[in-house]
Ligand binder design. Sequence first.
Ligand code: ADP
Ligand code: ZN
Ligand code: ZN
Length: 748
Amino acid sequence: MTVIAELALPVPLAHTFSYVVPPHLVARVQKGVRCVCPFRSKKLVGVVVALREEEVPDPKLKSIAQVLGEPSLPEDLVDFLRDIAGYYLAPIGEVVRLALPPMDRVTEQALQEPSLFPDATRGVAPRKVQWVLPTDGAPPADLKLSAQQAGVLAHVRSVGASQVARLEQTWKSARAATAKLVELGLLRFEERERPDDPFFREGAEKEPVPTLTEAQDAAAQAIRGAIADGKGHTFLLRGVTGSGKTEVYFRAIEDTKASGRSTIVLVPEIALTPQLVARFRGRFGDDVAVLHSGLTPKERLGMWSRLRSGQVDVVIGARSALFAPVAKLGLLVVDEEHDPSFKQEEGVRYQARDMAILRAHRGNAVAILGSATPSLETEYLVIEGKARVLELPTRARAQELPEVRVIDLRKTGPGPTGDKRISLPLHRALEDALARGEQSILFLNRRGFSPSARCEACGKHAECPNCSVALTYHKRRGSTLRCHYCDYEIPMLANCTHCGSGEIALEGIGTERLEETLSAAFPTARVARLDRDVASGKEVEKILTRVRNREVDILVGTQMVTKGHDLPAVTLVGVINADAALSIPDFRAAERAFHLMVQVAGRAGRGDAKGRVLIQTYDPDHPAIKAAVRHDVRAFTEREMEARKELLYPPYARLVLVRVDGPDEAETLGAARLLAEVARRVAGNAVEVVGPAPAPLTRLKARFRFRLMLRGQSRKHLRDVARAVYAAMADLPRKVHATVDIDPVQFL
Ligand code: ADP
Ligand code: ZN
Ligand code: ZN
């Protein structure tokens, strides 16, 4: 018998490659291990994804040359990656790379240093952090503590562990007080390793654990039962904004830890949720690994090794944390499961939420999908009996949901600014909030100053030469016209490029203009802006911290402001233009608009004062708006489900989107037609082939774009057609590029 290994190699091909395992390596070649293999005239590092035995192997097969260390990936993760490659018709080599830490991908280095993985963190000096803990010692009877010393002692005893930096925030002479208390034997110092993690904050300490509300308790009990029976269950935690979903996750994580298993928590965009990460740290201390794009390769590898070795058993991160190499997965949480960012839109186009259910299912782990506004896909799982609903119908601290009012822009005039997008009622509401010292959030999903610049003489817009979109005018950082889809940027035009007229009008409003207008209208108010132009990574956290510290009165921003921020002093939320999200050519437009409205509304009134929400629209009778006014998720879901059923859209049908793009329009269309023919040939009656048609964005980065849609109810038939199209893609002209997107989310 000869042992044959199937390897995933870093080449863009869908299949694996077979190699003979020489007898002296058989013991070390396991699933998930990295091996050096001859490939054409080179050597490549691949990962073993399967093993089999053969009586008479193909004599042409080459042998594995070298084994690199211990298995990099746990066996169950390898099987899961194969499922993903199969489901998304993605090259297995690329899928495997999603799960490997960056240093592991450096082939050259791996070759020079065969044991790279186990030794990778060697030489990184562990940075220590000093903690202050209480001792069991009782204070001598005649002891007189100063007010500061007594305060520090009581605090450390109540929280269990703190740090001098944190104590100094409350007691000015905390350092001296702590030293004295240590001398007296009432406190002690303990050195702990500082995690390789920019999210780590000195001074983070345990939050007090609240008593669960009745609904939280019922949910936590149901999950506890599922964890105990170890068979794998899927839950939809449907809880209104502010209902305390996070606390339910915490309890589930504690139960999972107690059962000796680990947890993965997926959150939409980790840079936008520093507060949530801090809460996890506050609860679980340094046992939480935070995976995010801001990590250096070394930090990422350090984190990765701690997870792989089981040193850390909770990991929180954006969609790619789905591939965290945790040992014994017991729980997978997808927070804000409706968020579109769980879908990866380049490379392997996977939907992390769907795959989370699959990974949990394979490992008999529990999956919890949490949201105030569940996606229709997830609601459908409930209808099919594949997920169980846990409901949190009220806010955790019994605050009322905010009152939502619609402002009909057809009938309502502008306020004192003269700008129709700041209507009189909105203006008055802002004044009220300011007068009471409360904060406001205004949501407008357009960044820049003006979405377009139009010539008053000939009526033409300034357009991007590479993309079929209008250029956005940005005033700050040089007055420029910019394309939001490519890097194109020019100074603001003095004259129209078509007719030469000097009369160019800036049309519409973006966040930059809204910020400027409000600053002028409310000169004493502190106005801040949160969008991709001002904020990336650390900047987001800074702005949110300023808001939390009440150094901001009005926060203006794009969808970044709609995320799960818990800002108790915000009482007013304004949606500047609800119609923008509704008018997108996408069957999910209403669902998405509804989610945005309910989520942003959910930022209001989380503290003691009641919140209110104003939604400005030209279409006040739209069902999504009417449902948002009543916070009626159920009514919206039911109605939208009916519509999807009738029109045969997901979740009642499955879609595959084939995107074709190329520099030459005719050649690209020709290629798209060819793929359509292939699809129609195998489609039969079970699969509908729509197109090819130009994409809504007909040109992007100087490439023409066409697409083809496959739709069907039978997963099997749809896959057969998608496979045929995928195979035909290999024969397209060299400059034409095609991709298959299974369960597409974006249609631009
Ligand atoms: P959600 O994620 O559902 O919007 P959060 O988890 O952010 O809600 O909780 C909202 C607020 O309620 C937080 O400030 C949280 O600390 C608080 N909270 C959660 N559960 C409880 C509870 N049982 N008692 C008191 N406060 C709670
Ligand atoms: Zn002109
Ligand atoms: Zn462009």
